[in-house]
Design a protein around this ligand. Structure first.
Ligand code: ATP
Length: 270
């Protein structure tokens, strides 16, 4: 029954080295997720409790899902993912049951990481819980909180949630013992963009004139996902002109195209 509602990956193929510009976030996740999963006895000996849940927040396309997958892979943990908005829109009336099954599965497949994307869809502050739809969302959230409260900090299940709307979250989920570690995943800075360009061109045949530092400068405000799109588009530009190497001009054209796309999207948002 969970096949349609959850993505279960025994061990995702993402490594820390595939993530650009988020060294500090990786360091923190290793400390609060990877180490407790791998060496719970260490924490027992010293006598500290790691957080059960971690909240990642920041704009879309900057690496939240990537971070969750990489920490699962590097912890040798099963990765179980669910999307908050799907839980309330696609599986009406079944949210609480799916959450229960999700954690059953996580316990059975431990060590595991439960990743809840778009948690704001089930955990937004509500002014009015009068409608039946709202009550259903509320029940799903209650089930989630009960599951989190039900296990111990050193049980081999960790929860990572992601949102780009931290401002609307119900403070109940941020209480101690729940998602009490909050990590920002911001837009990449100059150095981050440079790293992301290098990562996504690792297997690309590049002409000698390609200058990533210049490209990083030209892509201020781009997300990681947009930089990846620039790289793909640059590759297409070379293919279209029947060349076997990707040149700086291909990249510059791609940056312009993405910039235009971003501009149009910006207009639509109004
Ligand atoms: P969403 O909020 O939409 O879930 P997200 O922050 O989880 O966004 P990802 O799904 O991790 O973003 O990123 C989308 C894709 O963009 C990734 O699969 C990857 O190819 C690329 N990408 C994004 N951020 C980075 C990064 N920091 N380093 C390398 N690649 C990145």
């Amino acid at each position: 029954t969970y096949v349609q509602s959850m993505e279960v990956v025994e061990k995702p193929g993402v490594r820390y080295e595939d993530i650009g510009g988020l060294a500090e976030q990786i360091r923190e996740l290793r400390e609060v997720v990877e180490m407790p999963l791998k060496n719970p006895e260490l924490f027992e000996e010293i006598g500290i409790e790691p957080p059960k849940g971690v909240l990642l927040y920041g704009p879309p396309g900057c690496g939240k899902t990537l971070l969750a997958k990489a920490v699962a892979a590097e912890s040798n943990a099963t990765f179980i993912a669910i999307v908050g908005s799907e839980l309330v829109q696609k599986f009406i009336g079944e949210g609480a049951r799916i959450v229960r099954e999700l954690f059953e599965l996580a316990r059975r497949k431990a060590p595991s990481i439960v990743f809840i994307d778009e948690i704001d869809a089930i955990a937004a502050k509500r002014i009015d819980i009068g409608t039946s739809g709202e009550r259903e969302v509320q029940r799903t959230l209650m089930q989630l909180l009960a599951e989190i409260d039900g296990f111990k900090p050193l049980d081999r299940v960790k929860i990572i949630a992601a949102t780009n709307r931290i401002d609307i979250l119900d403070p109940a989920i941020l209480r101690p013992g729940r998602f009490d570690r909050i990590i920002e995943v911001p837009l990449p800075d100059l150095n981050g963009r440079l790293e992301i360009f290098r990562i996504h061109t690792r297997r690309m045949r590049l002409a000698g004139d390609v200058d990533f530092m210049e490209l990083a400068r030209l892509t201020n405000g781009f997300t990681g996902a947009e930089i990846k799109a620039v790289v793909t588009e640059a590759g297409y530009n070379a293919i279209r002109e029947n060349r076997r190497q990707v040149s700086m001009r291909d990249f510059l054209k791609a940056v312009e195209k993405l910039r235009e796309k971003k501009r149009l999207r910006g207009v639509e948002e109004y």
